[in-house]
Ligand binder design. Sequence first.
Ligand code: AMP
Length: 122
Amino acid sequence: MSYDKNNIFAKILRDEIPCKRIYENEYILSFYDINPQKKVHALVITKGEYIDLDDFSSRASEKEISELIKGISFVAKKLGISLNDNGKGYRSLVNIGEHGGQEVPHLHFHLFGGEKVGKMVS
Ligand code: AMP
């Protein structure tokens, strides 16, 4: 499977459609999910064109990998949900492929918080 340059997050990265931006740097963009599942529901996406986590871990540079992980924690702090910033914690998850429930074929981490997130898998 090759990367689909017309997926919705690719369009957000090209500023072709708007998003509620939380944070951005050279490696990642974070914005609010359009259909929030919890009080706080943010997404962190890579600037690089990666379909999913497996694609990312096989092709991304060490720098891209570390910046994504650091970026997730940074965004959680910015949202006030990080334990490192007196928040009460959050859940980060990534869906991969059909069985994982991935809808948008551009790597993204979900951040859920602002309230108890509940059971891990339903
Ligand atoms: P996933 O099922 O892991 O691929 O999640 C895709 C997520 O993207 C869903 O939670 C959608 O609500 C969210 N989403 C889809 N389109 C947009 C958009 N234009 N802006 C923000 N979030 C979006």
